[in-house]
Design a protein around this ligand. Sequence first.
Ligand code: AAT
Length: 287
Amino acid sequence: YKDGWFSELSSMWPGQALSLKVDKILHQTKSDFQDVCVFQNEAFGNVLVLDGVIQCTDRDEFSYQEMIANLPLCSLPYEPKKVLVIGGGDGGVTRELARHKSIEVIDQAEIDGEVPRTSKQFFPKMAVGFDDPRVNLRITDGLKFLEECAENTYDAIVVDSSDPVGPAEVLFQRPFFESMHRALKPGGVVSTQGESLWLHLELITEVAKMCKDVFVGGTVNYAYTTIPTYPSGQIGFMLCAKANDGEPFSFKESRRSPPEGLRYYDEDVHRAAFCLPKFAKEALRGH
Ligand code: AAT
């Protein structure tokens, strides 16, 4: 913070920073895992910051939350019943999953109990996700949760994780993807916070390569959305499907109609999300 402005500095995006004017600091604490801060901003409403990195704002959260949840769910050829969220402590992704009426169980593993507590107080429109009776929120590490989880359990897993510095580092590594693969039903899908084409193309191609290895016989695709308060205004998702003996799987066309009440995602946006700019397509094709 300097002269009333917050600047988002990180080794993940050296030499650049988004700055937001701080109208009022609403909350500031240190949890067992990270610094947690909420401030109010004229352009974006309430802003949640963990370890100096913006996690969500009132005004643009729907872009990311709708996309990370609906790209996988609307790609499934059947109605999902049991889903898992890793991270996502603000509740926004949970809210998006809860819109799907066929879902019977939403398990969630968030490492830091302070995040849902903070969200209930300052982001009621996201925390509303936790009020759904189908939700079982556990405060535990996502990797640990999955390692203890039975095989063939979930139709979909959504990994709404922070960047791979700090507690979320394990969520970008092979053992985590292997345990997700185990926990998925055949034909089940994974969607993870996949970072920005403008900043992390090398990381993205490495993760894609590892995913293709783990989800051998299945499908791996990167798709993206635009969002002003994430670094460089763009963030993507790594989508992986576990091989099924049945029909070949594609993420690129949605197969199920989206739920009611969305403001970003629809069938056209679904299709467009997979059309990558040339430089990215070439980098990802090389693997
Ligand atoms: N929807 C908000 C966006 C997020 S939230 C990321 C969440 O992941 C945080 O609540 C954090 O506490 C949680 N988390 C981090 N590590 C783990 C872990 N090992 N297990 C479970 N949960 C974890 C993401 C914002 C992306 C920012 C892009 N720059």
